[in-house]
Design a protein. Structure first.
Length: 437
């Protein structure tokens, strides 16, 4: 029990939607326990919302709600600002103002950090206050703090994971129940896992923003969302899922950040989001439904995996509350946790990366076709590890797994394959995570 005098910390909250309401409710539930453990009374004194007349899941005292977000930041009773409105503006302006006033900031805004994180990190360090953002990447999964603190001295090689619950739910339904992509998406929307407009999730924008934040924190170098190679899952078919299963793989949308070298003293990073075939024995293959997991590989620590709910009001609120307790405690002690100097990174092109590949195509079933197809692979130096052929009447489906090859050579191979008269439709491609990765 903490017997020292309790310190009151005024909390200003920007946004009171799904996560904001869950955060305020969770803070109220845990208020006494937090005070006993930390000696701090965390009080929500102002909350900025779009409309004060809307019904909410939490009860707030009279005068707490306001539609003037700037007044929350500027209120002298607010010691720490929690931002949960999302988007770039006005969040960017509001957080910059809070930091300039010397107020610690807690945010879950991945879009803002993926595009303007370096600017805000520098502002926080200049002011000597915290900018904490655990909820921006893994929802309720503790990820950013381990990368920033526990693994700060670890020579990390790669951080790879499933960081979007919507797409993982869709792919899980397709894998386990044979559901089509469109039906699985409709199911996700009916359950609240996907928005009415699911583009940000299914086309990989959400995961790409998270990948840029992970890369920046893990490797200490600025990586913008626009530098992240991105593919979504809308082109994944039930046939791809079935073939992957028969070959011993599971299809997952992965965010991958890895250091592949150095260029003039700067880290050369490969940062990308795309569907991939993961061996069934890999820990990420068993991550189902809307759960997330991040797999970390380091020289000294070896392999770690962090797993849990990557979205949802209460899991995300838990991460926000954890950051708030840290920020408030540091404010009381007159210290903060700097992210450190962020250097420049060289983000290499996807064309230069090497991987194994799954390639599927339909061709006319006649003599000489397989030889012609194999010849295209050979001309571009792409070696075939395995091949299956399935009869489809007067056509055949060819399924290849290659040895490691560069993306550039594989894409050139696909381009030439499309020019063959015997090839019907567009050959499809998935990258393969090797068993040893």
């Amino acid at each position: 029990m903490n017997d020292s005098p309790r310190k009151r910390i005024g909390v200003g909250v920007l946004g009171c939607g799904n996560v904001g309401s869950a955060f305020v409710g969770l803070l109220e539930e845990q208020r006494s326990a937090i005070a006993e453990r930390t000696g701090m009374e965390l009080d929500v004194v102002r909350v900025a919302v779009r409309s004060t007349s809307r019904d909410r899941d939490v009860v707030l005292a009279d005068g707490v709600l306001t539609t003037d977000a700037a007044s929350v930041v500027n209120d002298p009773e607010v010691d720490v600002v929690v931002e949960l409105i999302g988007g770039i503006e006005p969040a960017r302006e509001l957080l910059a103002a809070a930091l300039k006033l010397g107020k610690p900031v807690v945010t879950g805004n991945k879009e803002l950090l993926a595009n303007y994180g370096a600017e805000l990190y520098a502002a926080a360090d200049a002011a000597g206050v915290d900018l904490l953002f655990e909820a921006a990447v893994g929802g309720g999964i503790p990820l950013i703090r381990p990368l920033r603190e526990s693994l700060a001295a670890e020579p990390l090689r790669r951080v790879m994971g499933i960081v979007n619950g919507t797409t993982n739910y869709i792919l899980s339904q397709m894998t386990e129940h044979g559901t089509s992509y469109h039906d699985a998406l409709a199911d996700a929307q009916s359950l609240g896992f996907a928005e009415r407009d699911p583009t940000a999730d299914v086309e990989g924008f959400d995961a790409a923003a998270k990948a840029s934040i992970i890369a920046t924190v893990a490797f200490g170098a600025r990586v913008l969302a626009g530098s992240v190679y991105r593919e979504g899952i809308s082109g994944i078919s039930s046939a791809d899922i079935a073939h992957a299963h028969r070959l011993g793989y599971v299809v997952k949308l992965l965010a991958i950040a890895e250091q592949v070298g150095q260029v003039e003293g700067k880290p050369e990073l490969a940062v990308r989001v795309h569907p991939a075939m993961v061996p069934v024995g890999h820990p990420l293959a068993s991550v189902r439904d809307s759960f997330n997991a991040v797999f970390v590989e380091g020289d000294a620590v070896g392999e770690l995996m962090l797993y849990g709910r990557g979205a949802g009001g209460r899991p995300t609120a838990s991460a926000v509350l954890g950051d708030l307790i840290d920020a408030a405690g540091n404010r009381c002690r007159g210290t903060w946790t700097p992210i450190g100097d962020l250097g420049e990174a060289v983000v290499c092109s996807i064309d230069d990366l090497e991987s194994e590949y799954y390639i599927i195509m339909e061709v006319l079933d006649r003599p000489g076709v397989l030889a012609a197809v194999a010849g295209v692979f050979g001309r571009h130096g792409v070696s075939i590890r395995s091949m299956e052929q399935e009869g489809l009447g007067d056509q055949a489906r060819l399924v290849f797994i290659t040895h490691e090859a560069t993306e550039r050579d594989v894409q050139a191979t696909l381009g030439d394959l499309r020019e063959l008269d015997s090839v019907r439709g567009m050959p499809a491609l998935l990258r393969v995570v090797s068993q040893g990765s």
